[in-house]
Design a binder for this molecule. Structure first.
Ligand SMILES: Cc1cc2nc3c(=O)[nH]c(=O)nc-3n(C[C@H](O)[C@H](O)[C@H](O)COP(=O)(O)OP(=O)(O)OC[C@H]3O[C@@H](n4cnc5c(N)ncnc54)[C@H](O)[C@@H]3O)c2cc1C
Length: 619
């Protein structure tokens, strides 16, 4: 068996600092590390090698220093290492990277024989796209099981594998034919730590280095030239307006009363305020009749016909962008017997609906869905296509963008149109949220972006009798389908993203045994519990409740941040909450910069009083 593991060396964003004068990221001296999810991918590959035998080749594309990451993987137990390095590869986006890796893997297979599996980490922590894996799989025409949590069965004789993947709304048990690609999530395993002997052995192992000529790379498909997307602008994240802070040290009762009075005054425990949605006027460039723009599309994500709310968040943005460009806003619905979604899309304001219905599309599967999406894009040529930043949305977007081919910007939190060119400006947090980057894709269509759930508003429903439906019959050839959904296990609890009130806990609780204070408080105000990554990494609470850059984005009516420092990576996941309350003992804690109401004080004194006060006021 030949297993290929793809890894990346990334800047260690835990070590990034902001220049207090310019507010820009300090890049100098930032150490590089092996992308942490790639260590989990390697561990999963090693487990298979131990059970079934075979060899592991590890490959990376990157500058010379990336060699140290290859040695780390060799030390863990990989057998051969390949380093693709060439100045011409600088500036590669995910489309160019997946092309280069694809060419490299083909050459590796000429040496060691065809691969059985290719492993990727869930995503790289610098770009956070998760697109390279689907891109490489699409080029090979093989299935990929993204966000894999466990590989449950491998049947080499019959040529299939069964794995469980974690998605937004539950878990999917997927059967796929071999050869198979996987992207592995951190919860799948604990990467092994190599011994000194292994490290010494790894440093003696020869690493094969290839440049663009060795791989016969097409110069039009690599580096900046081969990348449809590029960064147009970089800027620091904008600050949120400052709220009111009460110094509650030694005045705990007074502080709690002040807070509760203020919260009740603004009806903070009531239902989420109806979102205001403003229509926009076309840009002058769009009114210039010589300028022609295609439609703005959004993808309707659903599970057996129940639309995910993120679809309507996308609709709001797609509609706004379409109005700026003076074109139609259209929904793309793929499924089986989901006709009601046509009307639902129209009721939120879609002008047009592309609808593909067939039994093949009953379950979400990467290949047939990508095939349909690609066919639709090639036939109707939309200007922009917005995809949900859910696991399945990213999986589909990454695969389809490679097939089309076009550029894809991941995890976007702001969208706009360049008034001079009509090009989409897609802005996203980078480097763990320390920096915002505006990315463009000026020459390829559609301009694709995956959008973070819960960042944009759902527009109000409207009376819409004037919409057009395009029903397309698209049959996917059998040989293009390599996966089967064996089982879907829905999440038992409500999704944290849907909660109206969230009590989020940080390391300030000191120990998991103190979390009962937050749980009692949450019970009184009917809230769900969320947490910081530090809490999750300490094993106090499961990953499902992690809020922030590498966790969930939430947008509740009210968010209590208790014992949370307010690191930017946490803040990007909760800053759009209607009301933010912070309780922290440190007056300098950055969480106070985003809080509408803050109490400086000891949570162990404040929280029981707050619970008691709200219990009384509840009566
Ligand atoms: C690439 C990357 C991605 C990341 N993704 C995420 C993410 O998705 N989500 C996330 O949350 N983090 C993320 N982080 C980690 C983030 O940088 C912070 O380390 C983390 O959010 C800190 O968690 P914390 O606030 O619980 O802990 P700490 O930073 O340790 O803060 C604890 C706070 O509790 C306060 N405190 C202590 N005792 C008390 C008391 N008795 N009463 C009141 N207050 C008290 C302290 O003053 C302090 O402010 C990421 C980091 C990186 C590099």
């Amino acid at each position: 068996m030949h297993i290929v593991v793809c890894i990346k060396q990334v800047p260690d964003s835990t070590d990034m600092r902001i220049d207090p004068k310019t507010n820009n990221l300090i890049r100098e001296g930032v150490p590089s590390v092996t992308n942490p999810p790639d260590l989990h991918a390697t561990e999963e590959a090693l487990k298979i090698k131990e059970k079934y035998g075979g060899i592991i080749s590890v490959v990376t594309m990157g500058p010379l220093q990336a060699e140290s990451s290859l040695r780390e993987i060799l030390a863990m137990g990989a057998d051969y290492a390949y380093h693709v390095s060439d100045r011409a590869l600088a500036g590669s986006d995910t489309l160019a990277t997946s092309y280069t890796l694809w060419m490299a893997i083909k050459k590796i297979c000429e040496i060691h024989g065809p691969f059985t599996f290719i492993f990727f980490g869930r995503q790289a922590i610098d770009g956070e796209t998760g697109q390279t894996g689907p891109g490489v799989a699409a080029r090979f025409g093989i299935p990929i099981i993204t966000y894999t949590y466990s590989i449950d069965e491998i049947n080499l004789e019959k040529g299939y594998v069964i794995a469980t993947r974690k998605v937004y709304d539950g878990k999917e048990v997927v059967k796929a034919t071999i050869p198979t690609a996987f992207s592995i999530i951190e919860e799948a395993n604990k990467p092994r730590i190599p011994s000194i002997k292994d490290i010494i052995r790894a440093y003696k192992t020869k690493i094969t280095r290839w440049n663009k000529d060795d791989l016969k790379l097409d110069p039009d498909k690599i580096g900046l030239r081969g990348s449809p997307t590029f960064v147009k602008k970089v800027f620091p994240p904008p600050p949120r307006k400052k709220g009111q802070i009460f110094d509650g040290r030694d005045k705990e009762r007074e502080a709690v009363k002040w807070l509760v009075d203020n919260l009740l005054k603004i009806n903070a425990f009531g239902e989420k305020v109806a979102e205001k949605y403003e229509e926009v006027k076309p840009l002058p460039i769009a009114l210039d009749k010589t300028k022609q723009f295609g439609e703005v599309w959004f993808y309707v994500e659903h599970r057996y016909g129940k639309a995910d709310p993120v679809s309507w968040e996308l609709l709001g943005e797609a509609r706004r962008l379409s109005r700026l460009l003076n074109v139609k806003c259209a929904a793309v619905i793929i499924g089986y017997k989901v006709e009601h979604l046509i009307e639902e899309s129209a009721s939120y304001g879609a002008d047009k609906i592309y609808y593909v219905d067939d039994k093949i599309y009953e379950d979400y599967r990467t290949e047939p869905y990508s095939y349909v999406l690609t066919e639709l894009c090639l036939k109707y040529k939309p200007e922009i296509l917005l995809m949900p930043g859910t696991q399945n949305g990213r999986d589909l977007a990454g695969y389809a963008a490679t097939l089309i081919p076009t550029g894809l910007v991941a995890d976007v939190t702001q969208l706009d149109i360049d008034p001079a060119t009509g090009i989409l400006l897609a802005t996203r947090p980078d480097f763990g949220g320390n920096e915002m980057s505006t990315i463009v894709c000026p020459k390829h269509k559609p301009q694709m972006a995956t959008i973070r759930p819960k960042v944009f508003k759902i527009p109000p429903k409207i009376q819409n009798n004037n919409y057009e439906v395009i029903k397309e019959e698209i049959k996917v050839p059998e040989e293009k389908i390599h996966t089967e959904l064996l089982k879907f296990i829905p999440r038992e609890k409500i999704r944290l993203e849907e909660a109206n009130i969230i009590v989020a806990v940080g390391k300030g609780f000191g120990s998991p045994k103190n979390l009962y204070l937050a749980q009692e408080f949450a019970k009184v105000i009917n809230a769900e519990i969320g947490a910081t990554r530090a809490v999750v990494y300490s094993g106090w609470l499961p990953k499902e409740v992690q809020i922030g850059q590498t966790g969930l984005t939430v947008r509740p009516r009210i968010y209590f941040a208790i014992g949370i420092s307010g690191a930017i990576q946490h803040v990007v996941g909760m800053q759009n909450s209607d009301v933010i309350v912070a309780i922290n003992i440190d007056p300098q804690a950055p969480i106070f910069n985003v809080a509408d109401f803050g109490i400086i004080g000891d949570l162990f004194k404040i929280l029981p009083l707050l619970t008691e006060e709200l219990k009384i006021r509840n009566k």
